[in-house]
Design a protein around this ligand. Sequence first.
Ligand SMILES: [Zn+2]
Length: 173
Amino acid sequence: MRQRAARDQKRLDSGAVSSPKDLENLQKEIASLAKRQGDLEDVVLEVMERRESAQERVAELTERVGSVQSKIDDATGRRDAATSEFDSEAANITKERALVAGSIPADLLALYDKVRAKQGGVGAAKLHQRRCEGCRLELDITEVNDIKAASPDKVVRCENCSRILVRTSESGL
Ligand SMILES: [Zn+2]
């Protein structure tokens, strides 16, 4: 468009166009080309402004993605550390349990495992102040008397939840 306007201007300036009608047409065309050029320049400016604001938005979003990603990385790291801590703790407890289980008579261990499976993972409970710490129920007097009379070696169990009761000096017997 600029080239065309320059060409028109050159023709106008050269004096080669002499008819007033042609001269007028040429001037009109030059004016219209200048106007279109101005309009297009406005469009270009607007597009550049929009591109700039889009680039700013991209930069902002990229930064947010980076910050969220670093939070994810941090949380993942903490989760992995906690998982490995739990795993090693579980391995230790399993080892300790095996040691303790090895010192318990086989029939008592079998009973314990059977009750434990039925009672949500707790097969034995302390008898504390005449209360079964497994089901939290207080034993009735007959039960207490039976346990009192039982020899220390006898395995006594809660009548309510059937857990093995562990007698201590605080059992209230
Ligand atoms: Zn009980």
